[in-house]
Design a protein around this ligand. Structure first.
Ligand SMILES: Cc1cc2nc3c(=O)[nH]c(=O)nc-3n(C[C@H](O)[C@H](O)[C@H](O)COP(=O)(O)O)c2cc1C
Ligand SMILES: CCCCC(=O)C(=O)O
Length: 368
């Protein structure tokens, strides 16, 4: 029997075997009871796909355009920090795999390699994910560097005024991995006494600016000409505000369930946000995407694309660059077969009527 993984989930076990426990727990874990972590996956399971038959599906075109950039499929690489924990070539390998898949990589500010090193290692279309520090001058500098080094958009992560409570990290006394982008710019004193709990949490709580608010989007716009996406929107109220302050896109995200436990599963929040946005800006989604059918469902509910977080790191930990390539290929192949079997030759053919959410079935059951 082959031990090669046949789906994205199987990479998780390979990664678990390859990684020190502290790192695996950090990557895999969610906040507190991890209720939302499970729901991110389960909410997809409550949606059915309503296939159409006898459609010419001899050619499937998964390509799409995000902020004017053509990508081979609506599957992007989510910003995740510290790829060197998974593999020595870290984000350099991830970026090359994203380039091979002809998709967009969102580089985390908290990357192991610097944004300049990543930029010169590949020709992937790259966005830069920003955290705002109390030291605003440092964040300003990072945005300017991103613009100079060819990053095409700023993804402002807005769900992290402090780090969520990740109990495995507290128990493991998770380290605060070095962040190359901050070298020479920010030194934060975090206590290294052995009873301190998660040092990453201490770092974030020291360094990040919890006073960041809506008016600061104007500040961000004043320091860059790049388009700005807000990541971490989960309600129609905030989606409307985001459009009002003039962002260029929204990422529906609960940070992979690592911040507020009992925040909604992202795919269950998607539709109200899509309705509120009324097509004015693109809406993307991340959280729990593990199958081509998940991507199909998110697109049917109005997302323009999805981003994938943990599976990319699992691919990296298991097999380096090749692992990330395989993860992206698997998702693409699965999306292709989902589109074929549901009668959708192009991305725009995937409509709301191709899925049903469980409410339809609840109604049906109550009638029976
Ligand atoms: C190990 C890890 C590190 C992460 N680091 C960041 C980060 O630096 N910036 C950020 O905006 N989101 C970060 N995220 C959240 C991801 O961008 C994304 O929202 C989430 O992983 C999507 O869920 P998924 O892992 O189920 O695909 C991180 C997630 C993980 C698992
Ligand atoms: C400064 C590191 C933050 C990483 C992060 O966002 C996460 O672990 O979810």
């Amino acid at each position: 029997m082959s031990t090669e993984p046949v789906n994205v989930d199987e990479f998780e076990e390979l990664a678990r075997q390859a990684l020190p426990r502290m790192y695996y727990d950090y990557i895999a874990g969610g906040a507190e009871d991890q209720h939302t972590l499970r729901q991110n996956i389960q909410a997809f399971c409550r949606i059915t796909i309503q296939p159409r038959i006898l459609v010419d599906v001899s050619k499937i075109d998964m390509s799409t355009t995000i902020l004017g950039y053509r990508i081979s499929a609506p599957i992007m690489v989510a910003p995740t920090g510290s790829h060197k924990l998974a593999y020595h070539e870290g984000e350099l390998a991830t970026a090359r795999a994203a380039a091979a898949a002809k998709t967009i990589m969102v580089l985390s500010l908290a990357s192991s390699y610097s944004m300049e090193e990543v930029a010169s290692s590949c020709n992937a279309i790259r966005f830069f994910q920003l955290y705002v520090f109390k030291r605003r001058d440092v964040s300003t500098l990072l945005v300017q560097r991103a613009e100079r080094f060819g990053y095409k958009a700023i993804v402002l992560t807005a769900d992290t005024p402090r780090l969520g409570r990740r109990e495995a990290d507290i128990k493991n006394k998770m380290i605060a991995p070095p962040q190359k982008n901050l070298e020479g710019l920010l030194s934060v004193k975090v206590e290294v006494e052995s009873d301190q709990g998660s040092l990453l949490e201490s770092f974030v709580n020291e360094a990040f600016d919890p006073s960041l608010c809506w008016k600061d989007v104007a500040w961000l716009k004043s320091i860059t000409s790049l388009p700005i996406l807000i990541k971490g929107i989960l309600t129609h109220e905030d989606a409307i505000k985001a459009v009002e302050v003039g962002v260029d896109g929204i990422i529906v995200s609960n940070h992979g369930a690592r911040q507020l436990d009992f925040s909604p599963a992202t795919v269950s929040a998607l539709e109200e946000i899509v309705h509120a946005v009324k097509g004015k800006v693109p809406v993307l989604l991340d959280g729990g995407v593990r199958r081509g059918t998940d991507i199909f469902k998110a697109l049917a509910l109005g997302a323009q694309a999805v981003l994938v977080g943990r599976p990319i790191i699992y691919g990296l930990a298991a097999k380096g660059e090749r692992g990330v390539r395989t993860v992206l290929e698997m998702l693409k192949n699965e999306l292709e077969i989902s589109m074929t079997l549901s009668g959708c030759p192009c991305i725009k053919d995937i409509t709301r009527s191709h899925v049903r959410t469980n409410t339809h079935y609840d109604k049906l059951h109550s009638m029976l």
